[in-house]
Every structure is written in C-alpha cells, then in structure tokens.
Design a protein around this ligand. Structure first.
Ligand SMILES: Cc1ncc(C[n+]2csc(CCOP(=O)(O)OP(=O)(O)O)c2C)c(N)n1
Ligand SMILES: [Mg+2]
Length: 519
C-alpha cells in the first residue's frame, strides 16, 4: 500500500471521512487513493477558503474533524482566513497540505514556500511526514491532536513521494482525552460569589453555549439573580423554543458596556474576558467594568457544561431552567420596500425545526436574534474570528455534516463575494442550503466604523472604497451561473413567498434580498 492509501484508511478509521479538497499535482496520489478507499468522501471546492470554511462548519456540527486538502503553501495561504475563524471557533479540523517530493525541495521550484510558517499561525499541531512508513501514525496523531479539548487545527504536511511510495500501512485511531473536570473548590468559590448578593454576570462561551450549558446557567440565573450573557460570536449557539434564551454580548463596545454595567463579578464559563473588537481613540480596550472582579469557572478546554451543572446543583438546587416559549413573528406581506427587519421577520416566521443557521448577515442581521428567538429549536453559527467570507463555506460544511437538517445561510453581499464559489459546491453536492443575500450594495459597517474611529467624514474617494456599486452585483445571475436556482425579492411579500418556496424544496436555493443599508 502507498502512503496516500494508508493515510486515507487511517483517517476513515479515526472518524475522518469527509475531505473538502482543492488538489494539485503534489496531491495526485491522495486523489487517486480516494477510489481505493470509498469510505472517504471527497468534496471539491473551487477555492481553498471554501474548503477550510466548509471543514470548519463540518467540525462545528459533527464534533469531529473533516479534512481540508490543500496545495502547498499558496493553497494553504488561500485557506488561511477561514482557518483563522476555525481556530477561533476551536473547531477540530485536519489540514492536509501536499508538498513537493522530499528530494525536490532543494531545487526551489516555483511553488516552493515555507509551509510550516503559514501553518504555524493557525495550527496547534504541525508535522511534516518524513517517510511513507510514518504517515499513518502521523495522521492518527494529527486527528487526536485536533480532537483534544477544546478542539483545534492539526496540519499534516504531505510530501508527494511520501504519498506515492509503497511500504505504508494504516494505523489504529488514538484515544482522545476528555475535557478536564473543574476542581470542586472552583465550583464552590463561584457558588459563594453568586450568593454574595453582589451583582454577577455569568458569561458563557465555547461548549457552554450548547443546550446543557444554557440550561444549567439558566438555573443559576433564576436562583441567584445573576445576569446571563454569551460571547459575541459563539461557534455554535443552540437556541429557540424550549431552550433557555441568552443575549450575546454586543459587537459595539458601547452596547456591550451597557450590558455589563454595574457588574461586581464576572464569572467566565468557557468564555474569555470581554474586550472591544477594535481599539477606538480614547476608549478602553477591556470591557471588564471598573471595579469588577473576574472569576474563571471553566476554561474552554474544561468540562464547561459539567462545571455549570455542578454549579447549578450547588447554587440552584431544585430550580428549573427557564425555557424560551414558542413564538414567531407573522410572515410579512405587502409591496412596500423590503427591509432587514422584514427579512428577519420572515426568517423567524418560517425557520424549520432543526435548522442550522450560518449567520454572516452583518449589519443587516440586526433584527435576526429577536425575530428567531422563539422559533423551533435550531443552531446558530457565527463569525468567530471576524474574518469575512465564512458564511457560505460554513453552511456547506454544516450541510455535509447534517444531511437531514435544513441549512440557512444568511449572508451579506460584501462577505458573500469572498467565497461565492461555495454556491457551486452547494449545487454539485445537492446540499439543502437556502442562501439569503442581504444586498445593501455596501460595506455598510465600514461606513459606521469610519465615524466611530473618528476619521474624517467620507468624501467621494473614501465612499468609493465602501460602496458595492458601479457595477451593482447581480446575485441571481451569479447563482444561476453556478447551478443554484435563484430569485430576487424587493418587497416583503415577494421575500416571504420566495423563502417559503425555497425552504419547501430540497437542494440549494438563493434569494437576493434588495434592502437599504442601515447606519
Ligand atoms: C478577511 C477580511 N477582510 C476585510 C475585512 C474588513 N471588513 C469588515 S466588514 C467588511 C464589509 C462587510 O460588508 P458586507 O458583508 O456587505 O456587510 P454589511 O456591512 O454591508 O452589512 C469588511 C471589508 C474583514 N473583516 N475580514
Ligand atoms: Mg453589504
């Protein structure tokens, strides 16, 4: 067996059976080996940022890694922005980066580059397989390293001759260590703080935004009066009717400061201490309220939900979580101008049970949390690392991970364009993804940030870099060109009807919502 075959058999044996791929010459033996190992599903992505973002979406939903197959340093470089988001999401993910044959490297052929340097910025584990006899053991270790709590990126660099040489055999999967249990003193100390009568905020992040964490935290909040918040950009937030609702810490520092105002104690469960997304002249970077004490109940690598449950058993014995009641807005109708508000109401009115929402709606998404809070239970995936171009790829991976569940990609126009070719993969794989493009013909948030950072008011030259006009983008044509049926809505009535139809039909659809920008 050659190295590539042993590698792929090791991966499928370790639970990695999807590979989002954009291959090149150095990965041809890996590609050829897919026919020898049908358990591995290769999914072609037309840009590496789609492959890495899809592996992120897959890992967030499956809880185990997908592989992303990338072509040397430039392929990895193209995939880096969404690997950055995956690192922030703490997604288990395996990047397999093909490289020149070992003996070819010293000739400095055109694609030669420093792969380790690129990989090092996002990976917790990097190894270059030296021989085909080693590659299977390396792969097993890579998967276990990616799965180690709280989850992260492993990068396996695969020289072409290691792939093509014989003498390899598959390696068995390695055990993965479970999340660390939080010491009893830490739980007791947090319970003491909560009983002090002083204002407390319990800030959830990482695994804490899944249902068991939310339920335990809700018990604590009910019994002690602590305020409950979660991080601004959770990797995966379970929400909807029957699940305790939670507000996300606001993106805008001035609103986040209001949410945290008056807190004497900030108790962190899987979340980092809150910071402003950017620095603004004259404003503080840390959002910890003056005089507040920070307590770490659980780090992201800890058993966050277990710690919250134990805390609830101590501080809230007998208290039940407060489940969000079922409640939906009415489906908007009429032929007025379409607004972000109306789009959100339609999403709230129609969101199917078990839906997975990939949210990169940016400024136009302002009304989404409110409009969908009481919809049937669903998962909400957000822009964890602030690097735009994540939404369509993450939707791709989520749909591959959860074939029975409808996926809704809520996508701002500017962000959509970074990785628009994900639509082609939606069509190629027949994925049940409804994409809504919030077309405000603008980098709207940057108009807002221009004022917030105290820059000069925008003149024509500045506006020219923030407006997506001249020419305006035709997302219906773009989607059709990649095999995705598409329609355009410019009134609430049109949008509601089109969303209803798109959700009712299996397979990918795109709706371009023409709206005005806010801010
Ligand atoms: C990789 C990357 N490049 C650039 C930016 C800077 N940036 C932040 S928001 C934004 C524009 C967003 O426009 P759009 O997606 O249309 O959302 P809108 O602001 O219009 O709601 C840009 C370019 C970024 N965050 N990430
Ligand atoms: Mg926009």
């Amino acid at each position: 067996m050659n190295g590539a075959q042993a590698l792929i058999r090791t991966l499928t044996g370790s639970g990695v059976d999807v590979c989002f791929s954009n291959p090149g010459t150095s990965e041809m033996h890996f590609v050829a080996a897919l026919d020898a190992v049908p358990e591995m599903r290769g999914v072609l992505c037309l840009f590496e940022g789609v492959a890495t973002g899809a592996a992120d979406g897959y890992g967030r939903m499956a809880g185990r890694p997908a592989a992303a197959l990338l072509h040397l340093g430039p392929g990895l470089g193209n995939g880096l922005a969404n690997l950055h988001n995956a690192r922030r999401a703490r997604t288990p993910l395996l990047a397999v980066v093909g490289d020149h044959a070992t003996y070819h490297k010293r000739f400095d052929a055109p694609l030669e580059s420093d792969i380790e340097a690129l990989a090092g910025t996002v990976s917790r584990w990097v190894r270059r397989s030296a021989r085909s006899a080693d590659v299977a053991a390396d792969a097993a270790e890579a998967v276990a390293a990616a799965m180690r709590p709280p989850g992260g990126i492993s990068t396996l660099i695969l020289p072409a001759d290691v792939s093509w040489s014989e003498g390899a055999e598959p390696a068995p999967p390695l055990p993965v260590r479970p999340p660390a249990s939080v010491p009893q003193e830490t739980i007791e100390s947090a319970a003491g703080t909560l009983r002090s009568g002083e204002p407390c905020v319990l800030l959830l992040g990482g695994p804490g935004t899944r249902r068991p964490g939310l339920e335990a935290a809700s018990r604590v909040a009910q019994a002690t009066g602590a305020r409950l918040l979660c991080e601004t950009f959770p990797a995966r937030l379970e929400r909807g009717a029957g699940i305790p609702g939670i507000d996300r810490l606001a993106y805008l520092a001035e609103f986040a400061a209001e949410q945290l105002a008056g807190a004497r104690h900030l108790i962190l469960a899987g979340a980092a201490a809150p910071v402003s997304f950017f620095a603004y002249p004259g404003k503080a970077s840390s959002l910890i309220p003056a005089g507040a004490e920070v307590h770490v109940l659980a780090e992201p690598a800890d058993d966050v939900c277990g710690a919250l449950r134990r805390l609830a058993d101590l501080a809230a014995p007998g208290t039940k979580p407060l489940a969000r009641e079922a409640e939906r807005p009415e489906l908007p109708s009429g032929d007025g101008n379409l607004t972000g508000d109306a789009v959100a109401a339609a999403v709230g009115a129609l969101l199917p049970e078990g839906a997975i929402v990939s949210d990169e709606a940016n400024t136009s998404g302002l009304w989404l949390p409110g409009a969908t809070a009481g919809a049937p239970p669903h998962d909400w995936l957000t822009l964890t690392g602030g690097s735009i171009g994540q939404g369509l790829p993450v939707a791709t991976g989520a749909a591959v991970a959860c074939p029975g569940r409808p996926v809704l990609a809520l996508e701002a126009d500017g962000s959509a364009m970074y990785t628009l070719s994900a639509l082609w993969t939606h069509a190629r794989e027949g994925l049940d993804i409804t994409t809504v493009i919030f077309n405000n013909r603008s980098y709207a948030i940057l108009n807002m940030e221009l004022n917030r950072v105290g820059a000069e008011p925008a003149g024509d030259a500045a506006r020219n870099l923030l407006e997506l006009s001249r020419p305006s983008l035709d997302f219906v044509a773009l989607a059709n060109g990649m095999g995705v049926p598409a329609s355009r809505a410019s009134t609430p009535g049109e949008f509601g009807a089109q969303l209803q139809q798109a959700l009712a039909e299996p397979g990918p659809h795109l709706i371009e919502a023409l709206i005005e920008r806010i801010g």
